[in-house]
Design a protein around this ligand. Structure first.
Ligand code: NAD
Length: 322
């Protein structure tokens, strides 16, 4: 009888963070003089049903963790910037997120940078990004009291890899993917490129595939570099894709195309397969090849968003010497 791989649902993985987050929220509420709960504010300035359902999920998850959530609808998107400024200044607001797209162009990236770094639960502030790409893990490297925040979707996938035991805990932190090879299909600035960088910074060899070409992210032989280096390998052809998948322990897909399917025959026997695209990028026969298959990651992303918020509160307290 042949072996079929296991499907692991994001909801089961997200549950493993429940205890940690609920306990942390209770400690924060108890230590706050007014005993107020942490407050996350979400800004919705579009009519997108996907954003609306993401907002509902955020609210449900916040409530289950004992966190307050407020959805602020902004009818005229030209006033969104002012509304974000107000929330930045308001001490009662601990975390801020925006449901994108708002304008659907580069103005959205500007709006993201309007969110105060101290309240940016999505971890998209330029300071956090630069730290991530440069493998700088603290905002205060000398005292190491304030951890740099990671973008929540790449962080969710890292946490999924830890849960699946792709991270080898016998190795020192920061090198726990040493010896592992991964392929990431997607190189967006929100998920694919930061994810490839994070995995390579942790010691993996990562092949980053986008619609046009394939790049290799590594810290070099024997992890000689302190942060990843990038090498262009050539155009994204089926021959090159097949070749890089031959030794891949992990294949992660994020192709935003409804009819895209990753060729099952390229998957190494026993590889770990994770899809973060809204669309199912793997065929149903993926379990004939993969040892572990995670069909979606969104629920872990929301947990990471809230975990980031608690870390931001810790950082603010550390900066005040509390
Ligand atoms: P994007 O459009 O910004 O980027 C898509 C990336 O995929 C680009 O790098 C593009 O070159 C690449 N790509 C397209 N076709 C490809 C192909 N055939 N082979 C290899 N690469 C290809 O999109 P995005 O914001 O990165 O989102 C991608 C998907 O992930 C969407 O479905 C989105 O809904 C989903 N998403 C999920 C989460 C989550 O938490 N689960 C978070 C953000 C985005």
């Amino acid at each position: 009888m042949s072996f079929a791989g296991r499907t692991i649902l994001a909801s089961s993985i997200a549950k493993t963070f429940n205890e940690e987050i609920i306990a942390k929220v209770k400690t924060l509420v108890a230590s706050n003089p007014t005993h107020r709960k942490p407050l996350l504010v979400g800004f919705l300035a579009n009519e997108d049903p996907a954003a609306e359902s993401y907002a509902k999920w955020t609210q449900t998850t916040c409530e289950s963790y004992g966190i307050d959530y407020e959805l602020r609808r902004v009818a005229n998107k030209d006033y969104l910037e002012e509304s974000i400024f107000d929330a930045n200044r308001d001490d009662a607001v601990d975390g801020i997120m925006i449901y994108f797209p708002v304008f659907g162009n580069a103005q959205d990236q500007y709006l993201q940078q309007v969110v105060a770094k101290e309240k940016d639960v999505e971890g998209l502030n330029h300071v956090y990004y630069q730290n991530m790409y440069h493998n700088v893990r603290y905002l205060d490297p000398a005292t190491k009291l304030q951890k740099s925040i990671l973008p929540c979707t790449p962080l969710a996938i890292i946490k999924i890899l830890e849960y699946l035991k792709v991270y080898n805990t016998l190795l020192p932190q920061g090198n726990r993917l040493y010896g592992k090879t991964a392929v990431v299909l997607n190189r967006s600035e929100i998920v694919g490129r930061p994810l490839a960088a994070l995995m390579a910074n942790d010691g993996a060899t990562v092949y980053s595939v986008d619609i046009n070409n394939i790049q290799k992210f590594t810290r070099g032989q024997g992890l000689k570099f302190s942060k990843h280096q990038v090498q262009d390998l050539g155009d994204n052809t089926s021959e090159l894709l097949k070749e890089i998948c031959q030794d891949a322990d992990v294949i992660i897909t994020g192709v935003p195309v409804a009819n895209y399917k990753f060729p099952t025959e390229y998957i190494k026997e026993g590889a770990v397969c994770i899809n973060f695209s809204f669309h199912k990028n793997f065929n149903d026969d993926v379990k004939g090849k993969a040892s572990l298959y995670v069909p979606s990651t969104g629920k872990v992303t929301i947990s990471m968003l809230l975990r980031n918020m608690l870390r931001l509160i810790d950082n603010t307290n550390a900066a005040k010497g509390i």
